[in-house]
Design a protein around this ligand. Structure first.
Ligand SMILES: NC(=O)c1ccc[n+]([C@@H]2O[C@H](COP(=O)([O-])OP(=O)(O)OC[C@H]3O[C@@H](n4cnc5c(N)ncnc54)[C@H](OP(=O)(O)O)[C@@H]3O)[C@@H](O)[C@H]2O)c1
Length: 381
């Protein structure tokens, strides 16, 4: 392997301090330049970048440019949370410590390989971090999801990311865990409905399962219009409206068979107060509480006993428990997309490695519509 063209360094984001309140990017993360070591036996070097060579097979605009891609997920903040509720063994993965690199999804291209299974030019994805390059010990990565997954030749990288973790989460949590059908669920409510996970949940519920009444909750009138017109939700409510609570009650005269929760309190206790007898709550996430451990503790679960009186099933979902079913989810989501039943919604932001952390702020400010993907500009040497 000729290593003379490989870069000698890579810029990578590291955890600088654990936030106890709102995330302040430059206080909690820092960008460092680290030496890059050429791969040895069994290793590959991935540049977090890709050059598309095929038009997308999915109904996505073919506007790809050369660039690096980083997927930003709200839970990235949980990996470094100092909240006691999330720390230690109660978190679903080992918490990132100060001095460790930031953990996040990414996609890129193999630029050097000492592994028979991967060739230079292969496009791959995995959970690596916010970095320009990553050296992978194939088959020996500590985290199973850090093992490189080859992106199929005929699938565009942005489409692959869009139908990735959040869309698969929607598929597993709604269709498998909750076992939703048009027969057992007449009314369903989805929060963060215009986001990556929520937009897939709405479309699976309405366009695949044929659920009679799908109610989308989102943070602006524009997003609500999108939920109705593009995702085909029957009703969409702006949770920031002053009379949101009254609107929610009026929209659920027959109560709610499934509440798919992406945000946590204060919407969660309201949704539970409207849950149907033997209804289900899918606990997928609580983005409203990720930035402050005290926020979630300060909100009274006023409807708590409804869970008891109405015999509600509260179903916790975590993606890592479903990894062995990823091929099924990928196949089914692609099929639904090809059939026009779901429109994969992506929100691509052109940025630089220096600004990678800003992606989290975009999510927390609700500035994204669908899956947020950061497309990093090429480094100018
Ligand atoms: N359990 C799992 O394995 C798993 C896997 C994937 C995702 N998740 C969870 O699913 C949720 C959505 O994740 P995603 O990746 O699909 O992100 P996303 O929905 O694309 O982006 C987050 C959205 O959350 C909304 N939001 C932000 N702050 C909020 C607040 N205080 N109250 C209500 N809504 C708020 C914003 O939309 P608005 O403009 O509508 O406010 C924002 O666009 C997160 O809680 C995430 O942790 C869980």
């Amino acid at each position: 392997m000729d290593t003379k063209d490989l870069p000698a360094t890579s810029r990578t984001w590291f955890v600088k301090a654990l936030p106890t309140g709102p995330l302040i990017p430059n206080e909690h993360y820092e960008l460092r330049t680290v030496p890059l070591i050429a791969p040895t036996a069994g290793q590959i070097l991935v540049k977090i970048t890709f050059v598309p060579s095929h038009p997308p097979p999915l109904p996505l605009p073919a506007d790809q440019k050369t660039g690096s891609h980083i997927a930003v997920d709200p839970t990235n903040i949980n990996y470094i949370s100092a909240s006691p509720a999330l720390a230690g063994e109660r978190l679903y993965i080992a918490q990132r410590l100060v001095g460790e690199s930031v953990l996040a999804g990414a996609a890129g291209v193999v630029v050097a390989s000492c592994h028979d299974g991967f060739a230079v030019g292969d496009r791959v994805g995995g959970t690596w971090g916010w970095s320009e390059h990553v050296l992978l010990d194939v088959g020996k990565m500590k985290l199973p999801w850090a093992e490189p997954t080859r992106i199929p030749q005929d699938v565009d990288t942005e489409a692959w990311l869009t139908l990735g973790l959040p869309a698969m989460t929607a598929y597993f949590a709604l269709m498998k865990l909750a076992g939703a059908t048009a027969e057992n669920c007449r009314t369903m409510v989805v929060s963060a409905a215009a986001g990556a996970t929520g937009s897939t949940v709405v479309q699976l519920a309405k366009n695949v399962l044929g659920i009679e009444r799908v109610i989308a909750l989102a943070g602006s009138d524009e997003k609500c219009r999108f939920c109705r017109e593009v995702l085909k939700a029957d009703v969409a409510l702006n949770y920031k409206d002053p009379d949101f609570k009254a609107q929610f009650v009026a929209a659920t005269p027959d109560y709610v068979d499934i509440y798919y929760d992406n945000v946590g309190p204060p919407i969660l206790p309201l949704a539970i107060s409207r849950i149907a007898y033997k209804g289900k709550v899918v606990v997928c996430g609580a983005i409203a509480a990720y930035q402050s451990a005290t926020d979630i503790a300060a909100i009274p679960m006023s409807s708590y006993m409804t869970i008891c009186y109405q015999q509600v099933a509260v179903l916790g979902f975590i993606f890592t428990a479903w990894v062995e079913h990823i091929p099924e989810a990928a196949r089914m989501l692609t099929e639904y997309a090809m059939a026009g039943k779901i429109v994969p919604v992506k929100h691509v932001v052109d940025t630089t490695i220096e600004e990678a952390h800003m992606g989290l702020n975009i999510l927390f400010a609700g500035q994204n519509l669908g899956r947020l993907i950061l497309r990093l500009a090429e480094k100018k040497d």
